[in-house]
Every structure is written in C-alpha cells, then in structure tokens.
Write a protein that binds this ligand. Structure first.
Ligand SMILES: Cc1ncc(COP(=O)(O)O)c(C=O)c1O
Length: 392
C-alpha cells in the first residue's frame, strides 16, 4: 500500500494503514524486520544496490522496511514529503542541526525548550562553531531583532515543556521565510493528532517518538519530517553516516502506537482540561499552566492552531520545592518519573530533574519555579488522578 496517495484519506485511517506493503507471506499486521543487513542474488546486484541503481535495503543503519513503514506513516500524518526516524528525540534534534548547519551558522531558539535541547544548544553546538541565541517563546519582535544574516534555523517547541507556552507558528513561519531560514518545530506535546506545523508554514517537524507516538512508555525513538532536500537528503545523509538510527523493533512499537494516536490524544486532552480546571480551584495552588484554560495567556492562539490542548498540565504550588516534593511524595497512583506521553499519569519536579542541568540563571530565565510540578495526564480515570493529589 506504500504507493497509495494518503492525502485523500482522513488522519485516523492514515494512522492505522499508511506505509505497510504486504510481503509474499501476506501478513495482516506490520512485520518486524530484525536484521542488520540485506542479502543479494549476485555480486552484480549488490554492486547495483550500493551504487543506488536499484532501490533496495542495504544495511539497517541506512534503511529498514519496518522503520520505513513508521517513517511513511508519520510523514503522511504530518503532511511532509520525507521522514527520517532516529534513535531518540534528542538524536532527531542533533541530526537536524548537524545535517543542516555549517560552522559560523546561527540558530535562534525559544528559551522555553526542553532541558537537554538547551544543553545541546548552549554547551555542545558552540563547540562546533554554531551559535545559539535564546529569545522569548512569544515575543515575535525579539525573534526578529535577534536574527542575523548568519541565522539558518529558528527552533521552537509549542506548547513548550513544561510551561505550555504557545508560539505563533504562522508568524514564525513568515519570519523564517522573510529571512530565508528554516522554521523547525518540536511537535512533541501535540503530535499531528492536535497540531500540524507544516500546514501552518513550518519547514521541519521534530518528534520524540518516546512520548505520545509510542503512548505507553516502552521505547526510545525520534523523527524528523519535512521536505526531500533538507530532510530526505541532508538530515538523512548525516544520520546514515553518524549512526543514531531507529531500531526496527522500536519502529514496530511506534507503528502500533500511531494506530491509536488520535483516540489517545483526545482522551489525554479531555482529562488534562478537567484536571487543570480542578487545580485552578485548589487553595494550595498558586498558578496553573494549561493552554485549554481561558486564563492561559495564549489560549486564543492555541484554539486557532491546535485542535486540542494536549495532556500536559503544570502548576506552581505555594511553598516552593518543599511543598512540591511533599505533594509528589504523598501520591500513590501517579508515577514519579520524568517521562511523559504514557497511558500512566506521571508527576515531575522539573527544576530538579528535566531542567536540573540548567544553571539557576537559565532556570530563572525559563521561568522554572522551584514550586513547579508537571503532570502528564494519562488514561486512568480522572477522578482517581484528582484523588491522588493531596495538598497537605
Ligand atoms: C519536548 C521534547 N523534545 C525532545 C525530547 C527528547 O526526546 P528523547 O528523550 O526521546 O530523546 C523530550 C524528552 O522529554 C521532550 O520533552
């Protein structure tokens, strides 16, 4: 079915069907090709495949049929020409930067990005002569003032982790176009089920498949989606050489995860909204961050560019780190873990975990308060989730 035009189908159909071409065994479910390399009938055929004259798999660091099903399915859901699967979400971000940038190039990135992305940008990329400038997620004027003739990428994650700040993707896409750079969007929190950055003008979409694409906290993976030249050639060219490729088994887990993505994202969003509304009423809670709340500063923008508000709710408890840790230690159902996007609800203290490698100044700049708690609302009954939160 890989030659199908998936553009004619609805998302839920694409998520269940796209990318799988049955083998001679006529299997119904997608097979897992756990093989490092592929064999040929003759030396001549091997030579033709290595020369690119025959379209065939060579080695699983380059291509693998199970990984290709995942790539094709995700590309169809995001509306991109090409998708490259990677070993993790961080591998997707690293491959995008190193595949597309040269020494002397610059990135303008939101300050409100995931902790490891901040470390990659502030500590490692500068070693290779790539400067990264941080700006406010929501101040388009600051983005524009920070762009220089050397700027090649604008990088944003929306909604952001953990404060769920929403960036205006159409405005950033227009800015990228005006200054001839690429807009790269980490679509981890929404997934294509709730937001399609390419349709809003972005050039490249990044995923940590580890999160909602899997949906059950089982495997690490990532993906880069975009056009043939930048993603299909440049990012892929770096990846097949440098090596952080997705394992076929993990690809199979993500293929199965995609089949239920739309249903899960709706359920996560519904429960997260109910939890956020309930948290707003709690005396011990100073502030709630959730794009679905009317009190969220970018609520209207989130309504325009997303079809749902996602499963992440963050809030500041009165009493700083002590109160936050006490709340977490009283939970019995919620899992104290840094992952998100799981069927099981998770509770995290960003300042001491996901954002713990940031300096106190970097944390302050990103508004990561010591009393901040993030809940990735899972698929348990919402009443049980609320009942597990005891505010002392
Ligand atoms: C928004 C976001 N992007 C990227 C990543 C990195 O993904 P991975 O852990 O799969 O490398 C994460 C991980 O939590 C994340 O939350």
């Amino acid at each position: 079915m890989s030659s199908f035009d998936w553009g004619e189908f609805q998302d839920q159909t694409i998520a269940v069907r796209a990318g799988h071409e049955r083998t001679q065994f006529r299997e119904h479910s997608e097979p897992v090709f756990l093989t490092s390399s592929f064999a040929y009938d003759s030396a001549e055929q091997a030579a033709a495949c290595f020369a690119g004259e025959e379209d065939a798999c060579i080695y699983s660091r380059f291509t693998n049929p199970t990984v290709s099903v995942f790539e094709e399915r995700l590309a169809a859901l995001e509306g991109g020409e090409s998708c490259v699967a990677t070993a993790s979400g961080m591998a997707a971000i690293t491959a995008t930067c190193l595949g597309l940038l040269n020494q002397g190039d610059e990135i303008v990135a939101s300050r409100s990005i995931f902790g490891s992305t901040t470390v990659l940008f502030n500590k490692f990329l500068p070693r290779y002569g790539i400067a990264v400038h941080s700006v406010s997620q929501t101040d388009i004027g600051e983005w524009e003032r920070t762009i220089t003739p050397n700027t090649k990428l604008l990088f944003v994650e929306t909604p952001s982790n953990p404060l769920t700040e929403v960036a205006d993707l159409k405005a950033l896409a227009a800015l990228a176009k005006k200054h001839q750079c690429l807009l790269v969007v980490d679509n981890c929190f929404c997934t294509p089920a709730l937001q399609k950055p390419l349709a809003l003008g972005a050039d490249i979409v990044i995923h940590s498949a580890t999160k909602y694409l899997d949906g059950q906290g089982r495997a690490l993976g990532g993906a880069v989606v975009g056009d043939k030249e930048n993603v299909g050639e440049k990012v892929y060219g770096f990846l097949r050489t440098a090596g952080p490729s997705m394992s076929p088994f993990n690809a199979w887990v993500f293929i199965k995860g995609l089949e239920t993505l739309n249903l899960r994202m709706k359920a996560h969003s519904e429960s997260a909204l109910a939890l956020a509304q309930w948290l707003e009423q709690q005396e011990a809670v100073e502030r709630v961050y959730y794009p679905g709340l009317a009190s969220h500063p970018q609520h209207d923008l989130a309504r325009q560019q997303q079809t749902g508000f996602g499963g992440i709710v963050s809030f500041v408890v009165k009493g700083g780190q002590k109160a936050a840790w006490e709340l977490m230690n009283r939970t019995q159902l919620l899992s104290i873990t840094a992952n998100l996007g799981d069927a099981k609800s998770t509770i995290t203290h960003p300042a001491s975990t996901t954002h713990g490698r940031l300096s106190p100044e970097e944390r302050a700049a990103a508004s990561i308060d010591d009393g901040l708690v993030r809940i990735a609302v899972g698929l348990e009954d919402i009443e049980d989730i609320k009942a597990d939160l005891h505010f002392g």
